[in-house]
Ligand binder design. Structure first.
Ligand code: PLP
Ligand code: COI
Length: 340
């Protein structure tokens, strides 16, 4: 029986569900893993994650399709990206096939928490891993905990699909040759001060420029960026090693090129080019496609032509196609939608 929740009023916040998944890495190997109803973690005060932030995570969603099936979207790419994050952080990889089985298992065990079709809510799935045992010298932990928590969520930005306002911060999110291209918890710690400052100034998000020259567009704290030009015929999206390779962005580019007949340019994007674009959107698992209406840059304003009232027509088409595939209304490429 579905939980008695007002799904339509959910925001993007954590509430514990029935089960999480947990597996421990010790003596050089992962244990068998299991579901757990315990949502608290106890560990050494000197754990690697507490002292040196050795942690990484993933984010994906489970949806109820129109026909009632529970599915998630391209989980194989999350498994692969988490493996990349682990390698960069000197953490053991949780095998990708086990990652996929664990996602299936934990979503199935929490099926009553998967919001119904049409509710606007989804079940957010958060796999994460961290250094568990004590370390005092700067070195990787020897023991790790891998967990998956799930939690029902509504829209990431308050106000749903209303265009948001971003600002150019004085801070960088990532360093050249740093960890911007992986999903390390430390990247998000770095973004907390700039995001709070943005909120205090009345903006929704920060649009980071490239850390080396501050002349190119990178991404926001939690989403990649897409631009539309040529009367809706072309999608432009920044390419950089310090941007997280968004699964949503890669899917949108595929849809634009192969389903909507658009041209896709994945290349460095100069900040000075931005006034030429007609529409701008933030894309990611949490953000889906959230339109941007304005950019603030130290008192100067760039108004995106599609405006502050609603999503522009091309982003709307991309949004409808992407969410249509995720919700089972539109047939997508083989393997994108995974039934639980
Ligand atoms: N960029 C950052 C910094 C993110 O945290 C996320 C969220 O995962 C994304 C982009 C979007 O990635 P994805 O579409 O894989 O969720
Ligand atoms: C996601 O989109 O899954 C994210 O991780 C973004 C954000 C919640 C940090």
């Amino acid at each position: 029986m579905a939980k008695d929740i007002d799904w339509g009023s959910l925001d993007f916040s954590y509430r514990p569900t029935d089960y999480s998944y947990v597996s421990m890495y010790k003596d050089g190997k992962w244990d068998a893993g299991k579901l757990t109803a315990e949502h608290t973690v106890t560990m050494s005060e000197c754990a690697g994650v507490l002292q040196y932030s050795q942690s990484c995570f993933e984010g994906l969603k489970a949806y109820t399709e129109e026909n009632g099936k529970i599915v998630c979207f391209r989980p194989d790419l999350n498994a692969k990206r988490m493996a990349d994050s682990c390698r960069r952080l000197e953490m053991p990889v949780f095998p990708e096939d086990r990652f996929l089985k664990a996602v299936d298992e934990v979503v199935a065990a929490n099926k009553d928490w998967v919001p119904p079709y049409g509710s606007g809510a989804t079940l957010y799935i958060r796999p994460f891993m961290f250094g568990y045992n004590s370390v005092i010298g700067v070195k990787p932990a020897d023991e790790y905990m891998f967990r998956i928590l799930v939690t029902p969520v509504g829209p990431y930005f308050k106000g749903g699909a209303k265009p948001v306002v971003v600002r150019i911060p004085d801070f960088d999110r990532a360093a050249p040759h740093g960890t911007g291209g992986i999903k390390a918890g430390l990247n998000y710690a770095m973004s907390l001060h700039p995001i709070m400052e943005a909120h205090r100034e009345g903006f929704n998000e920060n649009m980071y420029l490239d850390p080396a020259t501050r002349t190119k567009v990178e991404e926001t704290g939690g989403a990649n960026i897409i631009f539309i030009k040529d009367g809706g015929k072309t999608l432009v999206t920044p390419k950089s090693d310090s941007i997280l390779p968004s699964i949503t962005r890669r899917s949108i580019c595929y849809i634009a090129e192969n389903m909507l007949g658009m041209k896709v340019e994945h290349r460095p994007v100069m900040y000075s080019e931005v006034p030429e674009f007609e529409e701008m959107g933030l894309c990611g698992t949490a953000a889906v496609i959230s339109p941007v209406g304005k950019i603030f840059d130290h008192g100067k304003e760039i108004d995106i032509p599609s405006g502050m009232e609603k999503m522009g027509p091309t982003l709307q088409k991309l949004y409808d196609t992407l969410t249509g595939i995720q919700m089972g209304r539109i047939a997508g490429p083989e393997g994108w939608v995974h039934e639980i």
